[in-house]
Design a protein around this ligand. Structure first.
Ligand code: ASP
Ligand code: MG
Length: 446
C-alpha cells in the first residue's frame, strides 16, 4: 500500500517514553491515511555523537559518553516495555567505529557521517519496536532500504535524481507501516551520508515528494511557525498559513522550525507541509502551501540572527570597475564563506555572514582590490511575508519604528522576491527592536 501521508517526528517527539507513546497515539489515529513515519534521533543524541568524535580525536576516553548514550536508549526501551534486541548490534558497531577513530586519530567526513547516522538508526528501531507492542505493524527502515540514494557530499548530501523511482519501489515492497530514518542516506557505492543538521525535515519532504503523498506533516515541540521566537517574544503567535517561499526565507534566516531544503521537494510536487505539535496535537499548526489567498499575503514573521558579522568592501579606485562584484563573489566562493544578506552601491558592497565564520584568509584576499572592514556585535533582522513590497508604507513603518527607538540600520536588503526585508542593527539593541516591531506589525491586528 502506497502511503498517503508522511509524518515526521523530531528529536523531542521521540525524546522520552511519554513522547514516544504520544507519537504512537498520533500515528494510530492517522492509520486510514496510510502514514509513512520519518524519525529524528532521540533528542540530543546527534550532538552526543558529534561529541564522541571530538573526544576520540582529542585522545580522551569515550567510555563514559558511549555508555551514557547506550544507557539512554536501553532505558527508553525499558520504560516503554519494549525489547531492545534490535538496538544492540548498533551499539557494538558504534563502539567499534569510535575506537577506530581514536586509534587513527583521524576522522574523515565519511567516517563522521557514519558515526552521526547511528542516532536515527537507533530511534527508528526503538520506535518500531514500541509500535509493535501497540499493535501497529511497523517496519524499521534505514533510509537506504527505503530507496534514498545520495551523492557523496558528506555532511550535506543530496538525493540522486533517480531517487523518486527507487523510493517508490522500495516503499511499495514494504509490508506494514514504514518507520524510516531521517537525516541520513547512502551513496550508490554504499557509503553512509547525512543531509546536514536538522535534515530529517528534508528527508520527510524527499519521501513525501517521491511518493506523491497528500501532505507532509512535521511534528515538533512548538505549535507551528511563530511570528517571532517565542522564547524571546512572549506575545509571539502562531502563523496559520504561509507560502513555500515565505517558509524558505524564514528557514534560511534563522527560524529553526524547518530545515531550509525541506521546501524544495514539496514545491516540485506541490505537496502541502503542515507543522504540528506532538504535545498539543489538536492545535491546527501551520500550513505551508504554494498559493495564498490575498488576505493571507502579509508580514508573517520576524526572524533574527543574534550574532552575525558585516563585511564592508569598498573598491580602492573610486570609479566603476567592471567585474568588481564578480571578484568579490569569487573570493567568497573560494573561501567557502556563506553570505546571508547583501547591499551594494556602485563602488561598495556590504555582506552579512555568520559570526563564527573564519574571515582572515578572505579578508586578505579581498584586500588586494578593496578596503575591507569587518563589523562585529551586530544582528540580522528579517521580516518575512509575501508581497511585502506591495504593501504601501510597509518599509516606512519599519524604519519609523527604528527611528523612534533611536536605532539606525547598518545595512538594508530588500530583495528581488519582495518576500524579505532584512537589516542589520547592533546586537545590543536587538531585543527592543524586535519587541517594538512585533508590537507594531502583529499585536494591533488582534
Ligand atoms: N538528528 C539530526 C540533527 O540533530 C537530524 C534532525 O534532527 O533533523 O541534526
Ligand atoms: Mg529539526
Amino acid at each position: 500500500m502506497q502511503p498517503g501521508i508522511v509524518m515526521k517526528f523530531g528529536g523531542t517527539s521521540v525524546g522520552s517514553a511519554a513522547a514516544i507513546r504520544q507519537v504512537a497515539t498520533i500515528v494510530a489515529a492517522a492509520h486510514t491515511r496510510h502514514p509513512l513515519v520519518v524519525v529524528s534521533a532521540v533528542g540530543g543524541v546527534t550532538n552526543e555523537l558529534y561529541a564522541l568524535v571530538r573526544k576520540a580525536l582529542a585522545g580522551e576516553s569515550t567510555t563514559e559518553a558511549l555508555d551514557a548514550l547506550i544507557a539512554r536508549h536501553r532505558t527508553l526501551a525499558a520504560e516503554l516495555h519494549t525489547p531492545h534486541a534490535t538496538l544492540e548490534p548498533l551499539f557494538a558497531q558504534l563502539a567499534d567505529i569510535v575506537r577506530g577513530i581514536a586509534l587513527l586519530g583521524e576522522c574523515t567526513p565519511r567516517a563522521h557521517d557514519h558515526v552521526a547516522s547511528f542516532g536515527e538508526r537507533l530511534s527508528a528501531r526503538l520506535v518500531t519496536a514500541y509500535f509493535a507492542t501497540q499493535g501497529l505493524p511497523a517496519v524499521a527502515l534505514d533510509a537506504w532500504d527505503a530507496g534514498l540514494v545520495t551523492d557523496r557530499r558528506f555532511g550535506s548530501a543530496r538525493p540522486l535524481p533517480t531517487c523518486e523511482a527507487t523510493i517508490r519501489q522500495a516503499i511499495g515492497a514494504v509490508d506494514g507501516l514504514p518507520v524510516v530514518t531521517g537525516y541520513i542516506g547512502r551513496t550508490a557505492q554504499g557509503e553512509i551520508t547525512t543531509l546536514g543538521r536538522g535534515g530529517s525535515d528534508y528527508s520527510a519532504a524527499i519521501f513525501g515528494a517521491a511518493l506523491g503523498v497528500d501532505e507532509i506533516q512535521i511534528w515538533t515541540d512548538v505549535d507551528g511557525v511563530m511570528s517571532a521566537d517565542p522564547r524571546k517574544t512572549r506575545t509571539a503567535r502562531r502563523v496559520d498559513t504561509m507560502s513555500f517561499a515565505e517558509a524558505a526565507e524564514l528557514a534560511f534566516f534563522g527560524a529553526k522550525v524547518l530545515h531550509p531544503a525541506t521546501m524544495q521537494p514539496a514545491v516540485k510536487r506541490d505537496i502541502p507541509i503542515r507543522v504540528l505539535n506532538t504535545f498539543a496535537p489538536h492545535v491546527a499548526g501551520t500550513l505551508v502551501t504554494a498559493r495564498l489567498a490575498p488576505h493571507q499575503r502579509r508580514v508573517k514573521s520576524i526572524a533574527t540572527k543574534d550574532r552575525i558579522r558585516v563585511v564592508n568592501v569598498v573598491a580602492s579606485e573610486m570609479q566603476f570597475q567592471w567585474g568588481f562584484l564578480a571578484k568579490i563573489a569569487t573570493a567568497f566562493e573560494r573561501h567557502e564563506v556563506v553570505v546571508d544578506a547583501i547591499a551594494t552601491s556602485e563602488v561598495s558592497v556590504a555582506l552579512t555572514v555568520d559570526a563564527d565564520t573564519k574571515l582572515d584568509a578572505l579578508v586578505a584576499d579581498l584586500s588586494a582590490h578593496a578596503e575591507v572592514e569587518v563589523i562585529d556585535q551586530v544582528a540580522l533582522v528579517s521580516l518575512v511575508g509575501e508581497e511585502l513590497q506591495d504593501r504601501r508604507g510597509f518599509a516606512a513603518e519599519v524604519f519609523e519604528t527604528l527611528a523612534e527607538l533611536d536605532v539606525s540600520p547598518r545595512l538594508v536588503s530588500y530583495g528581488a522576491t519582495g518576500n524579505n526585508l532584512s537589516f542589520v542593527v547592533e546586537t545590543a539593541s536587538l531585543p527592543k527592536v524586535v519587541t517594538a516591531l512585533h508590537a507594531k506589525l502583529f499585536e494591533r491586528e488582534s
